[in-house]
Write a new protein. Structure first.
Length: 350
């Protein structure tokens, strides 16, 4: 009786051990499966805030750099597709549809337009500038705009005039300390970026609204530029009189002004600032809500990977095309002023 009972207990014990062993094996298999973080294809779309060809060349090494950093975060990304959008909206539309997983260097105004379709994960930091005055004539000392050691999370848009007769007339008035009127501006030839460009469209429109109760839609003569490089080429040739751009754009194109655009004098001598907008929050890195791979865990890994990449010498070379020097974690509320700006612009357009 005791032997039978003992045998039964042993048998039961063996059975329970076998079940436990199988469960443990199953657990290990499950754990292994959960740790298998493989991404077949990560699609990144860059905004063309500079010459698209320059961006394409500069960002080409990013694929392997990001793969290496993501591997450190536990993700095996087999392929990274890097492309440059034809304009700001093209990047927004790609994110909204899920055709792109990540939007890189996206202005706050573009984010505001597509905020229902994307999440912001990072904001770029850049070197601050030695000129940050809201008074336009303070920018017109003929000296280059230089970076400082201080990192900044915002920048200004400046309204720049060129060597055309109208451009010089506007600059002369500003530099004399006189206030511009709507009549001074409305008939000038303006070069405007796409409608979601913060520095090239949205904030210049707000500047016009704040100072003259008008927006860019009320201007008589405008052309749409596909990049600041092409816009500055038009400004140099006199095809346009006014070009809104980010505050350090003239520094980025100083060499091209005399070489590619064929001007005799420096960009600092031949251009002037006639308006300065309020501060704009820096470009963001957005991820698509429609992306099939963009889980919360992968978003966190991507945040860490991009920040770490920006600290490497190779990464710094890639990011220099946007003048990005680093990144900080971002949230939707950081861009509340950009959302308000976009709402006002849409209201005025109706």
């Amino acid at each position: 009786m005791k032997k039978g009972l003992t045998r039964g207990l042993v048998t039961a014990g063996v059975a329970l051990f076998a079940v436990a062993a199988l469960a443990a094996c199953g657990s290990k298999s499950s754990d292994k499966k959960s740790e298998d973080k493989t991404i077949d294809d990560l699609k990144i779309s860059f905004v063309p805030s500079r010459n698209p060809d320059d961006i394409a060349v500069a960002t080409k090494p990013m694929a392997s750099l990001l793969q290496d950093e993501l591997k450190k975060q536990g993700y095996n990304v087999k392929k990274v597709d890097v492309s440059v959008g034809t304009n700001f909206e093209a990047v927004g539309e790609a994110l909204a549809s899920g055709a792109a997983d990540v939007g890189y260097g996206v202005p706050g105004s573009t984010y505001a337009l597509y905020k229902d379709d994307v999440n912001v994960i990072l904001t770029a930091t850049r070197a601050g500038l030695n000129k940050d005055s809201s008074d336009a004539k303070d920018w017109n000392d003929g000296k280059a705009t230089e970076p400082t050691d201080k990192q900044a999370t915002s920048y200004r848009s400046i309204l720049v005039t060129g060597p055309s007769e109208k451009g010089q007339a506007l600059a002369k008035k500003v530099n004399a300390g006189e206030k511009l009127t709507w009549n001074d501006l409305k008939d000038a030839n303006w070069g405007l970026s796409s409608t979601t460009s913060a520095a090239g469209y949205v904030y210049p429109s707000l500047w016009l609204n704040d100072n003259f109760k008008h927006t860019v839609t009320d201007l008589a003569h405008t052309v749409t530029i596909d990049s600041y490089g092409s816009g500055l080429a038009r400004l140099a040739s006199g095809q346009i009189d006014v070009l809104p751009m980010y505050a350090d754009a003239r520094r980025d194109y100083a060499d091209a002004w005399t070489s590619t655009y064929g001007q005799k004098e420096s960009i600092w001598a031949e251009t002037n600032v006639i308006g300065v907008t309020p501060a704009i929050y820096n470009d963001g890195i957005l991820v698509s809500k429609e992306s099939k791979i963009m889980t919360l865990d992968f978003q966190k890994a991507l945040q860490a990977a991009i920040k770490d990449m920006a600290k490497t010498d190779e990464g710094k070379k890639v990011l220099a095309v946007y003048s990005h020097e680093g990144y900080k974690d971002a949230k939707e509320s950081d861009y509340k002023s950009e959302f308000a700006a976009e709402q006002l612009l849409q209201k005025n357009a109706k």
